[in-house]
Design a protein around this ligand. Structure first.
Ligand SMILES: [Mn+2]
Length: 194
């Protein structure tokens, strides 16, 4: 089974490194996707968001709650991050999403756009109780996870109209069109095609 996921990031104008980081992994019958936005911008923001992604990559069989708790510990001497993690079981379509801070999660599901936004806080400095959202994905559903460097309510459906375009190309097109320019920006796309 091919996994259809991709992402794009772009630093704030004038910065050489992006304080947002994206990643996705396939491991042990699950797919894990993550977007982290390090507070502020520049190298210290990038350090924090890359540390969050590295922590997740080391624990791909953990629950969302455990991943956030571990990141909160590992990142305590960094600026901290806003973080969204989605864990998907392709065999069943079951998806669990957790978000802390200003990462937006949008599920394009039939004709509906479902926002799966999470709680307040900073991973690395504490957050309110996590509220994992569980959904069962259907073929054709699309998950978009993006930082607050993009418009808050982007109209994304048009970006998925054309066949034969990779998720990475779609993520890049959304970033090019929707990034505001006054912050680091990142977007990760997952298409459920099983
Ligand atoms: Mn930001």
């Amino acid at each position: 089974m091919a996994v259809t996921a991709g992402y794009a990031t772009r630093p704030l104008a004038g910065e050489t490194v992006c304080g947002d980081s994206c990643g996705w992994w396939r491991s042990g019958g699950r797919i894990v996707l993550a977007v982290a936005d390090g507070l502020g911008h520049g190298p210290e923001a990038a350090y924090a968001s890359e540390a969050a992604l590295a922590c997740i990559a080391n624990h791909l069989d953990w629950t969302c709650e455990d991943l956030f708790a571990e990141c909160n510990t590992v990142l305590r001497d960094t600026r901290g991050v806003a973080l969204a993690v989605a864990i998907i079981e392709p065999a069943t379509g079951l998806m669990t999403v957790c978000t802390v801070g200003n990462i937006r999660v949008l599920l394009l599901c039939g004709s509906k756009d479902i926002r799966l936004d999470g709680g307040r806080g900073i991973v690395g400095a504490g957050y309110q109780k996590l509220a994992p959202e569980a959904r069962v994905l259907a073929p054709g559903n699309i998950l978009a996870m993006f930082s607050d460097g993009l418009d808050q309510f982007p109209v994304l459906r048009a970006f998925f109209d054309q066949p034969g375009v990779s998720a990475q190309e779609q993520a890049q097109a959304i970033l090019d069109y929707c990034a505001r320019g006054d912050d680091d920006a990142s977007v990760l796309i997952y298409r459920h095609e099983i």
